[in-house]
Design a protein around this ligand. Sequence first.
Ligand code: SAH
Ligand code: SF4
Ligand code: F3S
Length: 475
Amino acid sequence: MSTEQKDILENRQGEVLERSTDAVAAKKLYIESYGCQMNFSDSEVVASIMSENGFSTTRDLEQADVVLINTCSIRENAETRVRKRLTEFKKKKADNPDMVVGILGCMAERLKKSLLEQEKLVDLVAGPDAYRDLPNLIDEVGTGQKAVNVLLSRDETYADISPVRLDKGGISSFVTIMRGCDNMCSFCVVPFTRGRERSRDPQTIVQECQDLFAKGYKEVTLLGQNVDSYRWNITNKGEIKNKALPTVNFAQLLIMVAKVSPDLRVRFSTSHPKDMTDEVLTAMAAYENICNYIHLPVQAGNSEVLKRMNRGYSREWYLERIEAIHRIIPDCAVSTDIISGFCAETDEEHEETLSLMDIVTFDFAYMFKYSERPKTLAERKFEDDVPEAVKSKRLTQIIEKQQAHSLASNKRRIGRTEKVLVEGVSKRSEEHMSGRTGRNSMVVFPKGNFEKGDYINVRIVDCTSATLLGEAVEN
Ligand code: SAH
Ligand code: SF4
Ligand code: F3S
């Protein structure tokens, strides 16, 4: 597998990032995040709760009084990586016994006390809805008690917490708009680790976006496991909760955020094919600053597999939603997630994933081998019976096809001029800057006098399957 393929595979859910800032304070927190964007966003909420309690963040593990690791359970290998890291922390603790090591996020929720009591890898365990309790839990560790809080909540959204941004001087930020998930896709552990779906007060979302813009941020990504089912003051049966108050759905929320400023780009993730409405697509078409990019995970191209996955849509429904995107939003990029080798998947069913890819020609995709997760519907109802070698072979076919489609998609941009938000100096060359187009493609171009946060027009002159190369043109 090429490095590029590896990057693509790892960036979605497996990337390890240490996004902490240094500051002067009595106590130091070192926080490391794994998994999805939601976890990175949660770490900023955690940093905020901890800073209220006298902790500043550090990038230097050696300086840390408290080490927190925000973890992911989505696939087995995500958990394996975290366990390795926890073993390293345990060694560090041997030299510095006062250092508190805590585990947060989805593994904390899934494994609960076992990491603390049986495996003795950590001092503290806090699930995704228990972060307000962290200062108490840390005190409990100090008094020798077992510090565990894995209670899931029906209404915690951390709405009032102003997250501490861990990427100093950043221009793009995540904003969590909802938590949990009620969908119960049969392969997925998230409903068990994150609890019931709940939406955050729209006023606090808009306020957070306004604050970010005032601080120089130029882009927000609204986060939820299924943003299309965002609803405020509406029950899940569609009834109004309080008739005296307005209701807000996702399309309306998008417009409220887009109105913060035409210079604030709005993105969102993740859309769900069963719930994505034309109203959302129309809102995207109407506002220039809502980016023309939709991440619409398909998972599989065969309707029977989709039924076993409990995704709530068929192949035909998905293709109709793709048509709606192209009908309503001219030049919209679409990316997806695909799982290879789900329970009982036949060669013919796998072929339908490949044929769906040919019909849609995704601009980008995250591709995974099925990994059975404890407690999920699939684990209880089906057998994980596709041999590893077959899963791998199918995944390779999927990846190869996607690479060809990504390259073709990028080649179609050559000769066009795209509006790019400059993100900074290119990772590969000091002489170049990089940024993203509204369609979420990475563009590299000669440095000039541009600065992070500028909007510039770039003419695309060349590409690889992962990156566009361009030249700035007069605005
Ligand atoms: N809420 C998002 C997905 C969150 S998980 C959505 O519905 O799209 C991100 C991706 O991980 C999923 O889209 C799926 O492709 C993949 N995934 C989830 N569980 C998995 C499992 N058990 N094995 C392999 N991939 C999985
Ligand atoms: Fe998991 Fe499905 Fe919820 Fe996504 S929508 S988080 S795949 S259960
Ligand atoms: Fe992983 Fe939990 Fe996100 S399982 S993908 S960190 S919701």
